[in-house]
Design a protein around this ligand. Structure first.
Ligand code: ADP
Ligand code: MG
Length: 336
C-alpha cells in the first residue's frame, strides 16, 4: 500500500501547475486515513487543476500516513520503534522533522506533550477492544523520565532510544502536520480558498469566495453530536482536543485517550475541551493536547506567552475560558 501512494505522489508532482482564483465552483473529496475521515473542499474555476490539486494533496497525506501510522504494519514508525533501541536508526526527512518538532513541544510544555508514550497508550488500549485500566505497577513501569534524555538524534540524522520502553507515537501532532502539508500542496496548485478537516481538526485556506470568514464549530463534549461554540477565521487552523473522542467508562469514571505523562493516567486537570487557533495546524494540534494536560491556569499562561496562538477552553463545570486575543475570532456560544 505504501508503494502505491509514493507512485501517486510522483505522478502528481509532474502535474502542470496553473493558477486558481477562488470562484464559486467547489470540489470535494473525503478519504479514510489514520483511522479518521479526511475531507477537503476547495474553490476553483479550473476543474482539471482542482482535481489535480486534490489528487496531489491526498497523495501527500497517504505518504505521511505510511510513515506515521501505528496501524500500518510496515509504517516507518513501526520500523523505527522496533529498531532504535538496539541500533542507530536512519529515518526519513518527514520523520526527523516531526520528531524534532515533538521534542520541541515537550520542552515548551514542560513535558505535558510527550511523543514517547507508545507503550503506555498500548497498555491502556483506549479505542480498542482490549481497553482496560492497568494496574498501578504496570502504569508506573511504563512511565519515562521527563525531558528528552531517552531519545537521541545524532548529527547524521539517525535516531537512538536510550531507554528500552521508548515507543514513539505521533497521535497528538501528526494530523496537524498532515493538514499543513496538504495545504502546502494545495498552495502550490494556486488554490486560495477552501477547508480541510481531519477528524475534527480544521484548516481553512484563505477566505470564502464571498470574502467572508469561515465559521468553524467546536464540538460540545457534553453532547458530542452538537456544538457548544463557533469561531470565525480566515486562513487559520482550529484544532480541538476533548475527552469525548476515544474513551471507555468503568464504575462511572470516564477513561479517555489524552494522558498525563507524569501519572500515566488520563489527564484530569479540570478541562473537557481545549481548542487552539493559529496559522500552523501542527502547533494547534500539539498545544490542544498539551493544554488539556496542563489545565486552565498553566495552559492559558502558555498560550498567552506565544505570539499568534489563541485558545478556548471548556471546563468540566461548563465554564468557557478564552485567551486575550480571542475577540478577533468572534467566539459565539451556541444556545440550546
Ligand atoms: P485527537 O487525536 O482525538 O485529535 P489529540 O490531538 O489530543 O486528539 O491526540 C490524542 C492522541 O495523542 C492520543 O490518542 C494518543 O495517541 C496521543 N497522546 C495521548 N496523550 C498524549 C500526550 N500527553 N502527549 C502526546 N501525545 C499524547
Ligand atoms: Mg493534538
Amino acid at each position: 500500500m505504501c508503494r502505491i501512494w509514493k507512485a501517486a505522489v510522483i505522478l502528481c508532482a509532474a502535474a502542470m501547475l496553473t493558477g486558481c482564483a477562488p470562484q464559486d465552483a467547489s470540489y470535494e473529496r473525503t478519504e479514510e486515513l489514520f483511522g479518521t475521515f479526511v475531507s477537503a473542499k476547495i474553490y476553483c474555476d479550473d476543474a482539471k487543476n482542482a482535481q489535480a490539486a486534490l489528487d496531489a494533496a491526498f497523495a501527500r497525506a497517504g505518504e505521511l500516513e505510511c510513515i506515521f501510522s501505528p496501524n500500518i504494519a510496515d509504517s516507518e514508525l513501526n520500523a523505527v520503534n522496533a529498531a532504535a533501541y538496539a541500533q542507530d536508526t536512519a529515518v526519513s526527512e518527514d520523520f526527523l522533522y516531526l520528531l524534532e518538532q515533538s521534542l520541541y513541544f515537550t520542552e515548551l510544555t514542560d513535558g505535558a506533550f510527550d511523543c514517547r508514550l507508545g507503550e503506555l497508550i498500548d497498555l491502556w488500549g483506549i479505542g480498542t477492544e482490549s481497553a482496560k485500566i492497568p494496574t498501578e505497577t504496570e502504569c508506573r513501569n511504563a512511565l519515562l523520565p521527563s525531558g528528552d534524555t531517552t531519545v537521541s538524534i545524532h548529527a547524521d540524522g539517525t535516531v537512538r532510544f536510550l531507554d528500552e520502553r521508548v515507543q514513539l507515537q505521533f497521535g497528538a501532532i501528526a494530523k496537524g502536520y498532515i493538514a499543513d502539508e496538504m495545504k502546502a500542496v494545495l498552495d502550490s496548485f494556486g488554490i486560495e480558498s477552501g477547508t480541510l478537516s481531519l477528524g475534527g481538526n480544521v484548516l481553512t485556506l484563505g477566505e470564502k469566495p464571498s470574502g467572508d470568514a469561515w465559521t468553524v464549530g467546536i464540538t460540545d463534549p457534553f453532547s458530542p453530536g452538537e456544538l457548544y461554540a463557533t469561531v470565525r477565521v480566515k486562513g487559520k487552523s482550529v484544532v480541538t482536543s476533548g475527552n469525548y473522542e476515544r474513551y471507555f467508562e468503568e464504575n462511572g469514571v470516564r477513561y479517555h485517550h489524552i494522558f498525563d505523562p507524569e501519572t500515566g493516567f488520563p489527564a484530569d486537570a479540570g478541562l473537557v475541551s481545549t481548542t487552539i487557533i493559529a496559522d500552523s495546524s501542527l502547533l494547534c494540534d500539539a498545544l490542544s493536547t498539551a493544554t488539556y494536560v496542563l489545565g486552565a491556569e498553566e495552559g492559558m499562561a502558555l498560550i498567552e506567552q506565544l505570539d499568534g496562538a489563541e485558545a478556548v477552553f471548556l471546563t468540566e463545570d461548563g465554564e468557557i475560558l478564552t485567551s486575550s486575543g480571542m475577540a478577533e475570532y468572534e467566539l459565539k456560544q451556541v444556545t440550546k
